[in-house]
Design a protein. Structure first.
Length: 237
């Protein structure tokens, strides 16, 4: 399932004038930075290491100017942002969920230069709604300095959750945690107490642990889910 998508257009590397344009943009940002912010951060993280130092510095400056709502004169960072896409190469980046609900980046790497990819991600972030623009630009800034490429670690850092969380966990963490610990039916409409959460965690942990007869395959992932669910409900770090 496609969760977020950014379509960009780039001039060819041999073209005398460097140009970029934004095309179709589907970047959900609720709750901020949302799947859209995660995708833009992933693009910055994946292509950021390919930038020269001067470009990286200028890109950070551009992020700041967009955050302050300033009008950006063209060209910037040696590229001109334009509406016309004639003669430009199409590029589409996506954030997807797989059959198990895990997030993965689907980034096009066979078109464009690192500078063009990063610049379009920055401009797309700058077009987000004013109410979430700060969070989205901040996510891109984090991705630009990440240095480890797009992956689960970046998603975990930006969402404040464990790297193995599914789409459902990111969309509604509390509901997901209640389901993981099997607390929905146990507590009904009331908010589970700390004692409820700890008891449910111990019971589910016992069921999941190989020492108590559970299969070893998938045990580590299940235990990690249980620990994250407990952390969400108890509000601990």
């Amino acid at each position: 399932m496609i969760l977020a998508e950014l379509e960009s257009y780039f001039s060819r590397p041999v073209a005398p004038t460097r140009r970029v344009a934004l095309g179709r943009v589907d970047l959900p940002t609720d709750p901020a930075p949302g799947y859209g912010g995660l995708l833009l951060a992933g693009i910055a993280a994946e292509f950021g290491p390919g930038l020269d130092e001067d470009f990286t510095t200028d890109a950070q400056r551009l992020l700041g100017e967009l955050g302050r709502g300033r009008r950006i004169s063209q060209p910037r960072l040696r590229h001109r942002l334009q509406e016309d896409r004639i003669g430009l190469q199409q590029c589409v980046h996506r954030l997807r969920s797989d059959d198990r609900g895990a997030l993965r980046f689907d980034l096009a790497e066979d078109v464009g230069t690192p500078a063009q990819h990063v610049l379009c991600a920055i401009y797309a972030a700058g077009r987000s709604a004013p109410s979430v623009r700060h969070e989205v630009l901040s996510a891109v800034r984090t991705g630009l300095g990440w240095g480890a490429g797009a992956g689960p670690g970046l998603v975990a850092h930006l969402s404040g959750r464990s790297s193995g969380l599914s789409v459902e966990a990111l969309r509604d963490p509390v509901a997901w945690a209640l389901g993981v610990l099997d607390l929905r039916s146990a507590v009904g409409m009331r908010v589970p107490s700390r004692k409820d959460v700890q008891r449910a965690f111990r019971d589910r942990l016992r069921e999941a642990h190989p020492d108590h007869g559970a299969a070893e395959g998938g045990a580590a992932e299940r235990i990690s889910e249980l620990s994250e669910a407990r952390r969400i409900l108890l509000g601990s770090g």
